[in-house]
Design a protein around this ligand. Sequence first.
Ligand code: AMP
Length: 213
Amino acid sequence: MGMKLIFLGAPGAGKGTQAEILSAKLSIPTISTGNILRAAIQEGTETGLLAKSYMDAGKLVPDDVIIGIISQRLEKPDCVNGFILDGVPRTIAQAEALDRAGVCFDHVVSIEISDEKIEARMEGRRVCSKCGAPYHIIAKPTKREGVCDSCGGPVVQRDDDKPETVRGRLKVYHDQTEPLKDYYKAKGILRAVDDQPTIEGTALAIQEALGLE
Ligand code: AMP
């Protein structure tokens, strides 16, 4: 079934993990601007160079850069039957740009979780530096330590997951991204889902909120 979805939530709320589960279930791609930017940094592209200083500081990359990236990505043929946006839009300006581009969403899932839980959880978060697959040393460990289950790439801690940066990123989330909840609530498409004790529990709650269960 085709669906156009946005996953909203604080950094570390589990957007990437939940998007991966739902992507597989619905056979639609997940588009993560964070993963696209990290790949650009690794490739040493101009966009990567520009983005790196913002990302390292836990700040948002400028809207025009993000809008360029996301418009290009949404034109690819794998998006025709729907997609999940993970980590984008992150500002009202980005949401308005998507509206202007004529992109209509079926649902916006907001994963609700406290800052305290996020700070505790971020310590164990890991990511594949090759394909971007998300892991957690307790909640979702790799089968072989340090090796990605999907692509065999090296699994590492992100530089911006260090505690000092996490606090700054939470502030950025509350200041700049959380207003999107009201933006999409006004359109009648916001589905708030409380974080559950397990990944599977949250996945189920999301599917219920979307009328899939
Ligand atoms: P993420 O992997 O989604 O946590 O993103 C990591 C970092 O990439 C963020 O802290 C921002 O610096 C940057 N970034 C990713 N997506 C966006 C976006 N939609 N708008 C602005 N910056 C972004």
